[in-house]
Write a protein that binds this ligand. Structure first.
Ligand SMILES: [Mn+2]
Length: 314
């Protein structure tokens, strides 16, 4: 599956690696990991990583590069398949574009699309590429790839955690992944985020059929001195794991007045509801962006109707 990717890398001198906006550790881990993999396994390649940054700075910074570099470059986009969520839109200037992604989304721009929604992380896909193609690896690469594996699997807890996930973890650990460094970064939290969790747990609401939800105004982030991302993606699972709650949703107003929706479900797929409102993602973990507060109630209505059907089917 990955042979064409390696053949393309062989053909280009300049390679630019992108991933989705608001990167999580699977986006960053796969991005830093693939850069280091190319540098270790190919000679004479210039590899760059670009995109927005947030609180995850444990691996270092992105590269600052000139527009000119894109014209004769191979573009590799990781952990996202749709144009709209790729960070640094100069990827469209590239000569050829490869997407490697594990989300359940189609691509609207890639020349080569390596897609496998059965995999829990893009970092797991890249680890399989290393194994299948016998690529050289070192402690840094193992650490980058482990970070995406452990976080996208919810610390090896989500349903899509498979034999392949543990096989990848074993292989990366054997090759020197600095697990403790990653855990130090992901298990320590600051005061304000801990307080924010308390706010969530104490204030979330339920629909008639037990869809848990929160509506957050843009000012909440100033109140707790955190980012929109911390509230939106970071807090949605404060409503997870509650008996009798099959679906939970987090609606967060951005500074631009849009509403970021994070939707989660225990068992029954909800991604079609996300898609109905222009979003996407995984079957059980997905999202969309709304223009107005009023639309939140439409999404909630759809989720509640689904929750009712779940209830009636036992
Ligand atoms: Mn991912």
């Amino acid at each position: 599956m990955y042979k064409t990717v390696l053949q393309k890398i062989e053909q280009y001198d300049n390679i630019i690696i992108h991933r989705h906006i608001q990167p999580d550790l699977d986006a960053l881990g796969s991005q830093f990991g693939l850069k280091a993999l190319i540098e270790k396994n190919f000679k004479g390649k210039s590899v760059y990583i670009v995109g927005d940054m947030n609180d995850f700075t444990l691996f270092g910074d992105m590269d600052t590069i000139d527009d000119k570099l894109f014209h004769d470059a191979l573009i590799i986009v990781l952990d996202v398949a749709g144009k709209g969520r790729v960070s640094d839109n100069r990827f469209m200037l590239g000569k050829e574009k490869i997407v490697i992604d594990h989300h359940q989304n189609d691509t609207d721009f890639a020349d080569i699309f390596i897609s496998d929604p059965s995999q829990i992380a893009t970092c797991q896909m890249l680890t399989q590429m290393v194994l299948e193609e016998n690529l050289k690896i070192d402690e840094d690469i193992a650490t980058y790839l482990f970070s995406g594996l452990v976080t996208d699997s919810g610390r090896f807890m989500y349903a899509q955690t498979t034999y392949e996930t543990f096989a990848a973890a074993a292989f990366l650990t054997k090759n020197g992944a600095r697990i403790q460094n990653i855990y130090d970064a992901i298990y320590v939290e600051d005061y304000s985020s801990k307080k924010l969790k308390g706010y969530f747990i104490n204030n979330f609401k339920r629909t008639e059929n037990n869809v848990a939800y929160m509506k957050n105004s843009a000012s909440l982030k100033n109140q707790y001195n955190v980012s929109t991302f911390t509230i939106s993606r970071g807090m949605v699972n404060q409503m997870a794991g509650i008996k009798g709650i099959p679906i939970w949703a987090n609606f967060t107003e951005t500074d631009d007045g849009e509403i970021q929706c994070e939707l989660r479900s225990k068992k029954v797929p909800i991604v079609d509801i996300a898609k109905k409102y222009g979003g996407g993602g995984h079957a059980l973990a997905c999202g969309c962006t709304l223009d107005t507060w009023d639309e939140i109630d439409l999404v909630l209505k759809d989720l509640d109707a689904l929750a009712e059907r779940i209830q009636n089917n036992g």
